[in-house]
Design a protein. Structure first.
Length: 444
């Protein structure tokens, strides 16, 4: 590391660390999801790009590796419980020492101890200093221990819940489990989808080059060429003229699978049953060339506003938003749809690397609870579909209870549906977030 880099972390990095601690304290107190706390804290702090990245790295890293960090702390403290702010400071300091090579260990210890004093935990400062300096002295043996844990105790070595690892290992075996856990602990890649209603590929590429965006075109068997781009280096997205002009939409390629199977056509009527924030709705409109009628429903008014904002930015005019209401009788519905998309609320286990705190929020019983709601949505969708129409059911879950089993139950209980095919993507197999999509045709 160069001397100017050392000076940066020792002198200027205090503010980002303070913001990270504030976010982590709010998260520990159950105030909100990590991402909902992190984005406003970073956006309103007037940070440089480097400092913004540091805050996100610290907050996300501490939550991602929480179980492993707590295990390491317990080794030095004989498992004694600590007040939440002190535990957060220990996690933060230890994460910098053992996971972040670019931050000098003595700088991480010093800043963590100083923050303890600033936060009113001066009496604990000596204890924090002792724990962190102990690991600083034993850094190489500690890293060897962490590497061994990944083989001997994957849940602890990769910082995931035991129940989830046992579940995945039973289904896929040890090697695929390890690859999935590694995937979940890798910071997610940003993808952008071209909005053909606003631009051709050449126009977007030219503008990105002028804006300093670094990217590479990616192709998948369900995505046409030069539609999806992986962003390797990019200024703040919302500040880009190309973003403000609606030339692209940030969207993982796995989420396009369901819309590809839906195959909407210009002039048709389409229902997006669980539409917010609107990424799939926007793609449906693009494939329909903005001609026809799309009804985008959601059960929360503020989420419908997100769809409307996206429509305005991307130049989509064929979408009408509607608040999901209590299920009506079939006779009360004024019209049926040519195609219906059910992107059902799910456990989100296929996008765990993007939902940093999901692993600690999810419970086994949640999967069974979600399955009942998913099946109900499928039944509702079938009744709003024209005979001969297409229905696509999708999730971003890896769990068969929410995917294949829901499909089988729907076929058993809804004789008007015929399965046309199903497909899933698995992170350790396809190098993409997990996704599932099943296509049905209404027979009568």
């Amino acid at each position: 590391m160069q001397l100017h880099d050392l000076h940066y972390y020792e002198v200027r990095a205090e503010k980002p660390r303070q913001i990270a601690v504030r976010v982590l304290r709010g998260y520990a107190e159950g105030a909100d999801y990590l991402e909902d706390l992190l984005e406003p804290a970073v956006a309103g702090a007037g940070l440089s790009p480097a400092d913004r990245a540091l805050v996100k790295e610290l907050a996300c890293g501490v939550v991602r590796w929480q179980a492993t960090l707590d295990w390491l702390i317990a080794q030095k403290t004989r498992g004694a419980a600590r007040k939440s702010p002190v535990q957060i400071l220990l996690r933060l300091g230890l994460y910098q020492i053992a996971w972040l090579d670019r931050i000098p260990g003595h700088a991480a210890v010093y800043e963590t101890v100083e923050m303890a004093k600033q936060l009113g935990f001066g009496r604990q400062a000596g204890f924090i200093n002792a724990v962190l300096r102990g690991y600083l002295r034993e850094l190489e043996p500690t890293r060897k221990t962490l590497a061994a844990l990944k083989t001997d105790h994957p849940a602890l070595g990769f910082s995931h819940p035991e129940w989830l690892c046992e579940r995945w290992q039973k289904r896929w075996g040890q090697e695929k489990l390890r690859r999935l856990l590694e995937w979940n602990n890798t910071p997610p890649v940003a993808f952008a989808r071209l909005n053909r209603l606003r631009a051709a590929p050449e126009q977007l590429i030219t503008q990105w080059e002028a804006e300093g965006v670094r990217f590479v075109a990616r192709q998948f068997d369900w995505v046409p060429e030069r539609v999806v781009f992986e962003l390797s280096s990019v200024p703040p997205l919302t500040a880009l003229p190309s973003f403000q002009q609606g030339l692209f939409y940030v969207q993982d390629p796995g989420t396009l699978l369901a819309v590809t199977k839906l195959d909407p056509q210009p002039g048709e009527s389409v229902l997006d049953l669980c539409a917010a924030p609107g990424g799939k709705t926007m793609l449906i409109a693009q494939l329909m060339q903005n001609r026809g009628r799309i009804v985008a429903r959601d059960n929360q008014p503020h989420r419908l506003k997100l769809i409307e904002e996206n429509c305005a930015r991307l130049g989509v005019s064929c979408v009408e938003t509607a608040l999901a209401a209590v299920r009506a009788s079939p006779a009360a519905r004024p019209r049926l749809f040519d195609r219906v998309l059910v992107d059902a609320p799910c456990s989100n286990t296929g996008v765990m690397r993007r939902r940093i705190d999901l692993r600690w929020r999810l419970r086994p019983q949640e999967i069974d609870r979600l399955r009942a709601g998913q099946l109900e949505l499928l039944h509702q969708a079938a009744l709003e579909l024209k005979p001969g129409g297409t229905l696509v059911y999708s999730t971003c879950s890896l769990e068969p209870e929410e995917n294949e089993q829901v499909v089988q139950r729907a076929l058993t209980s809804a004789s008007i549906l015929r399965l046309e095919g199903q497909k899933r993507s698995l992170p350790f197999q396809d190098g993409l977030d997990g996704a599932f999509a099943a296509k049905f045709i209404r027979s009568a």
